[in-house]
Design a protein around this ligand. Structure first.
Ligand code: PHE
Ligand code: ZN
Length: 881
C-alpha cells in the first residue's frame, strides 16, 4: 500500500551514493508479455560516499524477481528484502563485488510508456527519469555512471532489428527462430540514458564526417514504408552535428548515431546515448503531411536531442533537481541553432511567444516553482516550461551579460572541467564566473526563486541638461511557499530613439558608452542617466526580450505607434505592436462588459499598415506581426476575474476590424505572394506561406461570403500540408457548409495516416462553437482515437483543454467535468499524461467567480478520488492549495 501523502524529496538532503556501479551487463530476452532480464552489475563501495557501507538498496518496480546472486552465489530468499519499489541486500562485501539478478517484466501491459513497452509491435524503452527501475534492479539515479553492454535477444520474425546504446559488437542466430545483438557503449552513463529497441523497422541511412575526419553512420528507423519521410529529419541531424562543431566546438563521439521513431511516446523525444528515441510526429515529414510548423519542430527537436550528447550525456546532472542544467542549456542551444538556421528575429519572436504562453502562466499560478526546484514528489511533474524555457532564458541572460566570446569560453571550460561527470548548476555558473571575473553569486537567485519579476520603468527627460534618466525597479511577488525574495541581476538591453527615428548614443553621465546597449541591473532599484540627448527620446526597453520579466512603463498610444513604426530593433517593433493590440483588446473587454461598443482601433491599424508597407521586413516577420496576442495571452495579462467569453469576443472584434480596415492590402498580399510550385521547407518559403495564410485568416474574420469562399478555395487547391491545414484551421472555426465539407474531405483523404488525422481531431476540439464539447465527446469513441496513445490524447483532449478557452471554460462547467473525468480515466494507466493534462486547470483561480466555482468542483472531485497516482496527487494538491 502506498502512504496517503507521499513524502517530498528535498534537494538539501542530497547525499552521494554509498555504492558505485562500474559496469552493467544486461541480457534482455524480449517477449511480448514476459521479457527476461539478466543483469550483472559490478559494484563497489564508493570512496566519496556520504555514509559509507550499510545496506545496498536498489530501485525496482513492476517486475517479478527470479533470482539474486552475489559473486556468483545464489542468495537464499531470506538474505534480501523485496518491497514494491526496492530490493535490499542488508550486507554486502566491503570491496568490489558482482551482483546478478534475474527479473521479468511485461511490455504489453505497460501502458505508462515508462520502462520497457511495446508501441505498434515495436519494443522500446523510456528510462528518463526513473524508468530503468522497471527493467532491472538498479541504483537508478543520475550520479551513478556505468559502462553498459547489452545483449538483446528476440524472435527474428517479429523483431528483425535490434538496437542498443553505443556500437554494435556482434549479432547472430540464437536458435528456435531467435537472434541476438550485442551493443557496447564505451561512455559511462547514468541509467536514464539507457535504451533498447526491437522490431520490424526500416532505415533511412546516411553518413557524417566529423571535424576530425571520423565517419559516423547515421540511421533513422521507422515503420517500413515510411523511410521516404525521413529526409528532413536526416538533413536536420547533419546540420545539427555541423553546427555544434562550429558554434561550440563539440564533436560526436561514437561510430553510429541512431534515431528510432515510435508512435506511442509520452514526450517529444529522448536523448539516449547513440540511440535517440522520438515521438514519430517529430521525425516523419513530407510536403503533403507536414506543415511548415511541423518541419520547424522536427528540425528543432532533432537538434535538441543531438545537442544533449554533450549537454546532458557527456556532462549529466548530479540529481534531478539539476534538470535545468541539461534541459535549459540544451533548449538555449537549440534556440540558437534555429536562430542561426532561420531568421534570428523571427525565431526570437517565436520563442518569446511560447515562453509567455506556457511559462508565464505557470510561474504566476499554483504550479510555480524555481528553475531549480528544491523539492518534488514526482520528478516527472518537473519537465515543465519553467525548467526548459525559463531555464533557457537564464542561460541566455548569462550570454547577454558576458558577451558572445566570453560566454563561449565559459562553455569551453564547462566541457573541459566536467566532462564525464554529474554536475550541478553551481558548477556550471562557476565556469562563467572563472572565465569572466563576473560575480555570478546573485545569479543563483534566478535559479532558486519562482515567479516572473516585474520591471517597473520610467524615463525622465531634462531638456535643460539634455539628459535622459531611466529609473527601474524590480518587484518580486510571492510564489507558493516563498514570500520574501532577493533581487536578481537583470540585463536590460535598451535603445533611445530620437524624434525622427534615429538611434541616440547611449553615453552615461561619466562619459562611458554602453556596450551593446546592455544595462546590468543588480539592485532592487536603480537609475541611469544618459547625456547629450538633444530632445525627449522614446525608450525601447528590453530589446530582444533580454530578460524573462514583465515590463511595465506608462506609454501613450502615440509612443507605442512610434515604436511600432520607428524602432530600429525589429524584435521590439513586433513587441510594441503586440503591446498595442493587447491594450486595445483589454479596453474592448472592459467596454463589452459594460455593454458598450469598443472604440475603433484606428491608431493601431494604421501602425500595422505602415509595417505591412515596409518592404525591408521579411514575410515571416510580417506574419508574426499580423498574429495578435491569443485569448490566453489576454487572460494572462488581465490576471483576475477573467471572463473567457468576453475575451473571445474582444479578440474576434479586433481581428475583424483589422480585416475590414486593411482589407485591400491583405487581399493584395494574399494575391501577390508567389505560389511556388515545388515545395521547399526552408524558412524563407515557409515565411511566404505563413504571411499568405495570415492574410487569408484576417480576411475570413470579416465573415463575408467571398472571404469564406476564398478560404475554401485555398483549402481545395492546396498542394501542401501547410496550405491545406492552414485553410482548414480557418474553416473549422466558422460554422457553415464550408466547414462540414472541408472536414469531411480532409477526413477521407487522411484517415489512414495517424499523424495527419490528429490535426482533424485537433481542429474540431479547438473550434469556439457551442457544439464543440458534444463533438469532442463523440470523437473519444472514434475508431482512430485511443486513450492509450498520448498524441491522440493531447491532440483531442489536450487541445480542447488548452487551446479552446471559450469552450473549455463553458459557464455550465461541463468542459471541466469532461476533462476531469478523462484525467481520472488516464491516471489508472498513464499517470504522466494524466498529470500533464491536469495542468490545464492551473489558472482556475483567475476566473470570474461562476467559472471558478465550477472548476473548483471538478478539481475537488479529482482530489477526492481514491488511489490517485503520485503524479496527479502532487499536481492537484498544489492547484488546490
Ligand atoms: N529528456 C527529454 C528531452 O530531450 C525529454 C523527456 C523526458 C523524454 C522524460 C522522455 C521522458 O527534453
Ligand atoms: Zn531535452
Amino acid at each position: 500500500m502506498k502512504p496517503e501523502t507521499p513524502k517530498p524529496i528535498q534537494l538539501k538532503n542530497y547525499s552521494a551514493p554509498a555504492y558505485r556501479i562500474d559496469t552493467v551487463d544486461l541480457d534482455v530476452s524480449l517477449h511480448p508479455t514476459r521479457t527476461r532480464v539478466l543483469a550483472t552489475l559490478k559494484l563497489r563501495p564508493s570512496p566519496d560516499a556520504a555514509k559509507p557501507g550499510g545496506p545496498l538498496v536498489l530501485d525496482g518496480e513492476m517486475m517479478e524477481l527470479g533470482s539474486v546472486a552475489l559473486d556468483g552465489t545464489v542468495l537464499e530468499a531470506g538474505s534480501y528484502r523485496v518491497t514494491a519499489d526496492t530490493l535490499t541486500l542488508p550486507r554486502v562485501p566491503d570491496r568490489a563485488f558482482t551482483l546478478t539478478t534475474e527479473t521479468f517484466c511485461n511490455p504489453d501491459t505497460n501502458a505508462s510508456l515508462s520502462g520497457l513497452y511495446r508501441s505498434r509491435e515495436i519494443y522500446t524503452t523510456q528510462c528518463e527519469a526513473e524508468g530503468f527501475r522497471r527493467i532491472t534492479y538498479y541504483l537508478d539515479r543520475p550520479d551513478v555512471l556505468a559502462t553498459f553492454t547489452t545483449r538483446i535477444e528476440a524472435d527474428v520474425e517479429s523483431a528483425p532489428v535490434l538496437l542498443g546504446n553505443g556500437n554494435l559488437v556482434k549479432h547472430g542466430r540464437a536458435g528456435r527462430g531467435r537472434h541476438f545483438a550485442i551493443w557496447h557503449d564505451p561512455h559511462p552513463k547514468p541509467a536514464y540514458l539507457f535504451a533498447l529497441v526491437g522490431g520490424k523497422l526500416a532505415a533511412h541511412r546516411d553518413t557524417f564526417t566529423t571535424m576530425s575526419g571520423r565517419k559516423v553512420d547515421l540511421a533513422i528507423y521507422v515503420e517500413p514504408g515510411k523511410e521516404d519521410r525521413c529526409g528532413w529529419a536526416m538533413d536536420a541531424l547533419k546540420r545539427s552535428m555541423k553546427w555544434d562543431e562550429e558554434r561550440f566546438g563539440r564533436e560526436y563521439d561514437l561510430d553510429v548515431f541512431n534515431i528510432v521513431a515510435v508512435s506511442d511516446f509520452n514526450m517529444g523525444a529522448m536523448e539516449n546515448k547513440g540511440l535517440n528515441i522520438f515521438n514519430d510526429r517529430l521525425v516523419l515529414a513530407n510536403p503533403q503531411t507536414a506543415t511548415d510548423a511541423n518541419y520547424a519542430d522536427i528540425e528543432r527537436v532533432i537538434a535538441h536531442e543531438y545537442f544533449h550528447n554533450w549537454t546532458g550525456n557527456r556532462i549529466t546532472c548530479r540529481d534531478w533537481f539539476q534538470l535545468c542544467l541539461k534541459e535549459g542549456l540544451t533548449v538555449y542551444r537549440d534556440q540558437e541553432f534555429s536562430a542561426d538556421t532561420r531568421s534570428r528575429t523571427v525565431q526570437r519572436i517565436h520563442d518569446v511567444r511560447q515562453l509567455k504562453a506556457r511559462q508565464f502562466p505557470e510561474d504566476a499560478g499554483p504550479l510555480a516553482h524555481p528553475v531549480r526546484p528544491s523539492s518534488y514528489i514526482e520528478i516527472n511533474n518537473f519537465y515543465t516550461a519553467t525548467v526548459y524555457e525559463k531555464g533557457a532564458e537564464l542561460v541566455r541572460m548569462i550570454a547577454t551579460l558576458l558577451g558572445r566570446e566570453t560566454f563561449r569560453k565559459g562553455m569551453d571550460l564547462y566541457f573541459e572541467r566536467h566532462d564525464g561527470e554529474a554536475a550541478t548548476v553551481e558548477q556550471f555558473l562557476q565556469c562563467f564566473a572563472d572565465v569572466s571575473g563576473h560575480d555570478l553569486k546573485s545569479f543563483m537567485n534566478w535559479y532558486n526563486q519562482a515567479g516572473t519579476p516585474e520591471l517597473v520603468c520610467a524615463l525622465k527627460y531634462d531638456s535643460r541638461a539634455k539628459t535622459a534618466t531611466l529609473e527601474v525597479e524590480q518587484i518580486h511577488g510571492a510564489s507558493p511557499g516563498a514570500s520574501k525574495k532577493s533581487p536578481v541581476p537583470i540585463p536590460i538591453k535598451i535603445g533611445l530613439i530620437g524624434a525622427n527615428g534615429q538611434e541616440l548614443p547611449l553615453r552615461l553621465a561619466n562619459g562611458r558608452e554602453l556596450p551593446d546597449g546592455v544595462l546590468e541591473m543588480t539592485k532592487r532599484s536603480e537609475k541611469w542617466t544618459f547625456r547629450d540627448i538633444p530632445s525627449r527620446p522614446v525608450a525601447s526597453l528590453l530589446r530582444g526580450f533580454s530578460a524573462p520579466v514583465n515590463l511595465t512603463m506608462s506609454t501613450t498610444d502615440r509612443q507605442l505607434e512610434f515604436l511600432v513604426t520607428h524602432d530600429t530593433d525589429a524584435f521590439n517593433r513586433w513587441q510594441a505592436a503586440q503591446d498595442y493590440a493587447m491594450r486595445i483588446m483589454i479596453a474592448a473587454v472592459r467596454a463589452l462588459r459594460k455593454g458598450q461598443r469598443p472604440a475603433r482601433p484606428d491608431g493601431f491599424v494604421g501602425a500595422l499598415a505602415t509595417l505591412l508597407n515596409d518592404t525591408t521586413l521579411e514575410p515571416a516577420y510580417l506574419a508574426q506581426v499580423l498574429a495578435v496576442p491569443s485569448e490566453s495571452d489576454v487572460a494572462r495579462v488581465i490576471g483576475r476575474d477573467v471572463d473567457p467569453a468576453l475575451i473571445h469576443r474582444a479578440r474576434r472584434w479586433l481581428r475583424k476590424a483589422i480585416g475590414v480596415q486593411l482589407g485591400d492590402r491583405l487581399v493584395e498580399i494574399y494575391e501577390s505572394t508567389v505560389r511556388i510550385k515545388t515545395f521547399k521547407p526552408d524558412a524563407k518559403s515557409a515565411g511566404e506561406r505563413a504571411l499568405r495564410i495570415a492574410a487569408l485568416s484576417l480576411l475570413a474574420a470579416r465573415g463575408n461570403p467571398d472571404d469564406i469562399a476564398r478560404a475554401a478555395r485555398h483549402f481545395r487547391e492546396a498542394r501542401n500540408a501547410t496550405d491545406e491545414i492552414g485553410a482548414l484551421a480557418i474553416l473549422a472555426n466558422l460554422p457553415g457548409p464550408e466547414r462540414t465539407e472541408a472536414l469531411d474531405r480532409f477526413y477521407k483523404r487522411w484517415k489512414d495516416d495517424h499523424l495527419v488525422i490528429r490535426t482533424w481531431f485537433g481542429f474540431q476540439a479547438a473550434a469556439p462553437l457551442s457544439t464543440t464539447l458534444r463533438t469532442v465527446k463523440q470523437l473519444t469513441t472514434h475508431p482512430l482515437f485511443s486513450m492509450r496513445n498520448p498524441n491522440s490524447v493531447y491532440g483531442l483532449i489536450g487541445t480542447f483543454a488548452s487551446s479552446n478557452p471559450l469552450q473549455f471554460n463553458r459557464p455550465d462547467g461541463k468542459g471541466y467535468d469532461f476533462v476531469a473525468a478523462r484525467i481520472l480515466e488516464l491516471d489508472k494507466f498513464n499517470p504522466q499524461v494524466a498529470a500533464r493534462l491536469l495542468g490545464a486547470f492551473r489558472s482556475w483561480r483567475n476566473l470570474e467567480i461562476g467559472r471558478r466555482r465550477m472548476a473548483l468542483r471538478s478539481l475537488q472531485n479529482i482530489a477526492s478520488t481514491p488511489g490517485l497516482s503520485n503524479d496527479v496527487q502532487e499536481i492537484v494538491s498544489k492547484i488546490l492549495d
